[in-house]
Ligand binder design. Structure first.
Ligand code: SAM
Length: 238
């Protein structure tokens, strides 16, 4: 896949701000059949240090609420200003995805990149915790790191070089996600599929120099990508 939008962004800048496999490339592939209209109010759920929020505002023309638990909203605000974005374009919000305080039906759509696997594995999450904040007919675009085949009962040694069995519980198959998501009564599945992006996004990540990427290098360099994938999930609120 050619990542024409991502190529506009400086690699050093991306490397300073990413928290996992290249989120701009993942988001660009996820959004290639984008149905969310320009000007929509969009929640970037699990926005981390804000690089994906900037991408959504600049490349797709959304008004973005950069919603994240671990990052510092003030730092994110500084970054948005440095990148030339106004308060009308991106709003940083520190919030727990399982306890959102927005007005009901405030958002036209949600986009979530490399985060949903932390809080979305509860089958009640969508109907109870997220969909109430989205307008009827609104879309949810999600990309999560996944596993090609379930191997939790016999974890390959390459994966164990970087991650514990407990950490690997966050990485599941397409079938697992389909099962969880299909429990939702308030949304319909538009598509769930394995994405093309894989090695290239992991390789961009392990070139970064922080303790997390250094830890992940061991598995990726040993060939762990053959067990891994990224899964796109597109939903529509009924
Ligand atoms: C691997 S990082 C990805 C960040 C960003 N999307 C990116 O790709 O650069 C995962 C993010 O999920 C967020 N997260 C995890 N649990 C969360 C929760 N309960 N509510 C909100 N955000 C959460 C963390 O704050 C973290 O920034």
């Amino acid at each position: 896949m050619k990542y024409e939008k991502t190529l506009k962004y400086d690699t050093d800048l991306i490397n300073q701000k990413i928290m996992g496999p290249n989120p701009l490339k993942l988001e660009e592939e996820l959004m290639k059949d984008n149905r969310i209209k320009t000007g929509s109010i969009v929640m970037d759920l699990g926005s981390g240090q804000g690089i994906t929020s900037i991408f959504l505002a600049k490349e797709y023309g959304f008004k973005v609420y950069a919603t994240d638990l671990w990052s510092d909203a003030e730092e994110n605000k500084k970054f948005f200003t440095e990148m030339g974005l106004t308060d009308e374009q991106v709003i940083p919000v520190k919030a727990d995805a399982t306890d959102l305080k927005y007005e009901k039906e405030f958002f036209d759509a949600v986009v979530s990149t490399d985060s949903y696997n932390y809080f979305g594995r509860d089958e009640n999450y969508l109907d109870e915790k997220l969909l109430p904040f989205i307008k009827k007919g609104g879309y949810i675009y999600i990309v999560v790191p996944g596993m090609k085949k379930d191997c939790h009962n016999n974890i390959p040694k390459e994966l164990l070089l970087s991650w514990t069995p407990e950490q690997l519980d966050y990485i599941q198959t397409k079938e697992y996600w389909k099962n969880i998501i299909s429990k939702s009564k308030k949304s319909e599945i538009v598509s769930i599929y394995e994405m093309e992006s894989n090695e290239e996004c992991w390789n961009d990540w392990i070139k970064c120099d922080n303790e997390y990427s250094i830890n992940d290098r061991k598995a990726i360099e040993a060939g762990a990508c053959k067990y891994l994938n990224f899964i796109a999930i597109v939903l529509k609120k009924k």
